[in-house]
Design a protein around this ligand. Sequence first.
Ligand code: NG6
Ligand code: CA
Length: 503
Amino acid sequence: MKKTPLLLPALALGMAAQAQQRPNVILLVADDLGYGDLSCYGATRVSTPCVDSLANAGLRFTDAHATASTSTPSRFSLLTGLYPFRQKGTDVAAGNAGMIIHPETYTVADAFASQGYATAALGKWHLGLGSRTAQQDWNGELDQSPRDLGFQYHYIMAATADRVPCVFIENGRIANFDPSAPVEVSYRKNFDGEPTGRSNPELLTKLRPSHGHDQSIVNGISRIGFMKGGGKALWRDEDIADSIASHAVAFIEAHRDQPFFMYLCTNDIHVPRMPHERFRGKSAMGLRGEAILQFDETVRQVTDALRRLGLSDNTLLIITSDNGPVLDDGYADEAISLAGDHRPGGPFRGGKYSSFEAGSVVPFIVHWPGHVRGGRTSDALVSQIDNVATLASLIGAEVPEGAAADSQDALKTWLGKSKKSRSFAAKYAANHNIVLRTDRWKFIPPHDGGPMITWGPRIETGNAPVPQLYDMRRAEDEQTNVAESNPKVVARMMDLLRQIQPK
Ligand code: NG6
Ligand code: CA
C-alpha cells in the first residue's frame, strides 16, 4: 500500500506550485528497431527526420543496451530494474500469459505515482495480463493489469501484433468491446469452425507467414494463437500506430497541467508490418521501411502535441527500442530482398534473439531542452536496467530498500553531465545465455547449440563451445575472439557472471 502523507494546506499549496515545474517524462520504446534503422544512427536507405531532429537537439548515445534481445525480458527490466533472469517466466510471453510483473514488485510507474505524477502505459505491453495464465475473462474486467503496477491509465496491446487477442485493452477491459462478439483466446487449440492461416491460406489477403504465424486470421493476416470473436473491437493493423498515437496525445492533453509519466510503446517495427496506407510505396525497403517511417511519424505526432500545449521544454523524452532488429521474423514481407545495403544492426553482429551485439545494442536518445545540451553524442556505456533508479532520482522518488535491485542511478550520464559508463551491462539472449559488456570488452560464455537460429530468422545465435571475448575498442563486429590471449579478462568476466547470477 502506498501512503499519502497528510499535508498542511500552505505546504500543499507550495508543493502544488512546485509540482507544475516538475518535468514530464515520456519513455518512448520502439519494437525491434535496430541500432542502424534511424538516419541519425547512419541509415541511408530510410530517413527519420523527426527522430533525427530530437537527436540533434538532444543527446544521442552510441553504446546503449537493452537487457535482453527479445521484448518481454527487456521490458521486464526496463520497468522493474531487475534483470530478467531474476525471475522465472520472463521469456517472450503468449497473449494469454498472466501478468509477469507481480503487483508487489516496485516499478518505475510506482516511483512516478509516489511523486504525484499521472502515469500511463500505452501501446505494446507484452508483459501478461490477469492473475493467471489462460484464465482471463476477456469479456469482463481483467483481475490484474498495469493499474496494479503503478500505471493509472493504460491503452495497450496484450502482447504483440502477431499474437492474439487482436484487440486493445483500456483500463482492464477490451476497448470498443462488442457484446455481440465475445472474445475467446487459446494457445492450445482452435475454436470449432474458425479458419486458420494453415487450413485457409486463401483468406490471407494481406500477408502470408514465412514461418510460424499460421493460426487465427484477423484482418487477412494469420497470427500466433487462436481467438474467436472480437467483432468491432478487433484492430486493423494499418490503424494501430494511429490509435496508439492518438491515445498518447489525448493523455498528454488531459494532463497538461499536472506532471505525467508516459510509457509509450509503439508496435512499429515489429511483425506483422502493415503500416497505414498513407505510407505505402514511400520506402524503397518496402513494408519494413514504411514501418520505420510510420514510427517517425508517431514521434512527430507526440512532439507536435507537446509543442502545441507548450510542454516541450518541460518534458524529458527518451527514445529507445526493446531489442535489436530482424528482417524476416515470420511474414513474407520482403524485408530481406528489399533491404539492399541497409544494415539494421548498424556495425554490430547478429540481430534480435542473438548473443551478439546487434541483439541488444539499441538507439537511445535523450531530449530535454534547457537541461540536456543538444547536438552531442555520448559513448558512455548505458543500460536500460538503470531506468528505474535514474528516473526515480530525476523526480526525487525514494526507491524502497531492496527494490529495483539491479538498477543504478545514472542520471548524470543520461543527461550528458557526465561521461561515466556503467561498470558493465548484462544481457539475456533468447537462448538464455547471459552475456556481458564493459566499456572495452564483450564476453559470451560458452553455450550449446549451433551457430544459426534454426526455426526461422536468418540470424547468428552467438553460440560457441568456447568462451568468446571481443575487444570492442578495436572492432564492433565481434569477429576476432581474443579469449585465449586474455585469460585474466575471461576469468574476471566469469567471476562477474557468477556474482550477478547467484546460484
Ligand atoms: C517469436 C515469433 C516472432 C516474434 C517474437 C517475439 C514465431 C515463429 N516467431 O517467437 O515473430 O513475435 O517471438 O518478438 O512465432 S518480441 O519482439 O516481442 O520479443
Ligand atoms: Ca521487440
